[in-house]
Write a protein that binds this ligand. Structure first.
Ligand code: SAM
Length: 288
């Protein structure tokens, strides 16, 4: 930081220069799920994600920024603003060198800003139709890139939330968080075991639409109607098990006309969600 900004942020920023510092070790540890569980926190990289988190009221425990931001006037001002808010909410602000930043993010060219954020995750009680009435349920999603992309798609197309059923990849793992591009802070997540989900099914006030390669109906032709819709997507390798297809009101198939056996899970989710939301999405440009 420059002398002037150092004065502005005096008492707010703590400088750390060693990767052996216990705080830095704790932050690095968040790469592992067991430490995310123990600390109830995760790592988000980049000013956009951190700003999204702060604006959406997520608790940022620690903000870490690189010393080198002092060479970039605009970035420095933005970091100072977000740092002041985080500090006012009880968070810690750390200034570190490039070596420490690389160690935390495990990258050679790390983002200049990273943050440790408290996790927020709901349960089946939170799975209720809200703005759009459409929730997405993912059965044992394993690929963090798929999960992050689905969160981003859910956000872009206005789904109410994403429910993770069974043994899913951690939505707070670094790869999944990266792939959400900030949508993690805008789309509620809930988790449930498969048996809990099946038991809870009568509480969903609308229909459950499962997607399946053997689905009897074309996903474009069903009536998504005025009732809430829960779109159920299957595991990347195995698809939906019978225990879950049995609780669906409709099983739909996405038409394909090539050689691929199936669509990628995130792509299939996007296509189905788009159909479910088609009538509600704003028309782009001049529709006449
Ligand atoms: N081998 C798996 C199977 O037999 O179902 C393929 C799973 S696919 C990669 C992952 C998920 O995407 C599926 O469970 C389903 O939810 C959805 N999906 C992919 N292509 C689909 C299609 N053409 N029609 C309906 N759902 C599809």
């Amino acid at each position: 930081m420059t002398e002037q900004s150092s004065r502005r942020t005096a008492g707010l920023v703590k400088e750390i220069t060693s990767t052996a510092n216990p705080l830095i070790k704790e932050i690095k540890g968040l790469a592992l799920k067991k430490n995310r569980d123990a600390q109830n926190a995760f790592l988000a990289e980049g000013l956009k994600l951190v700003t999204d988190a702060v604006e959406r009221g997520w608790h940022v425990k620690t903000l870490v920024f690189g010393k080198a931001i002092s060479d970039q006037t605009e970035l420095k001002t933005q970091v100072e603003q977000v740092a002041a808010k985080i500090h006012a909410n009880g968070g810690t602000v750390l200034e570190v060198n490039a070596k420490v930043l690389s160690a935390i993010t495990r990258r050679d060219n790390p983002q200049m800003v990273v943050a440790v954020i408290k996790r927020q995750c709901g349960s089946l009680q939170d799975v209720k139709p809200a703005r759009s009435g459409v929730w997405i349920a993912l059965d044992r999603v394993r690929d963090p890139g798929n999960l992050g992309t689905i969160m981003r798609t859910a956000d872009a197309l206005g789904a109410d939330g994403v429910l993770l059923v069974g043994d899913c990849t951690d939505p707070f793992g670094i790869e999944a968080v990266r792939a959400t591009m900030g949508s993690l802070f805008h789309v509620p997540i809930a988790v449930a075991r498969e048996d809990e989900f099946i038991k809870w099914r009568p509480h969903w006030p609308g229909k459950i639409v499962g997607t399946h390669l053997a689905g009897a109906r074309d996903h474009r032709l069903i009536d998504y109607g005025d009732k809430p819709v829960l779109l159920l997507m299957g595991n990347e390798q195995k698809g939906l098990p019978d225990t879950l297809t049995e609780i669906c009101d409709e099983l739909v198939r996405i038409a394909m006309d090539g050689n691929a056996d199936s669509l990628n899970l995130a792509v299939a989710t996007a296509l189905t969600l788009f159909e479910a939301r088609r009538g509600a999405l704003p028309v782009v440009g001049d529709a006449t």
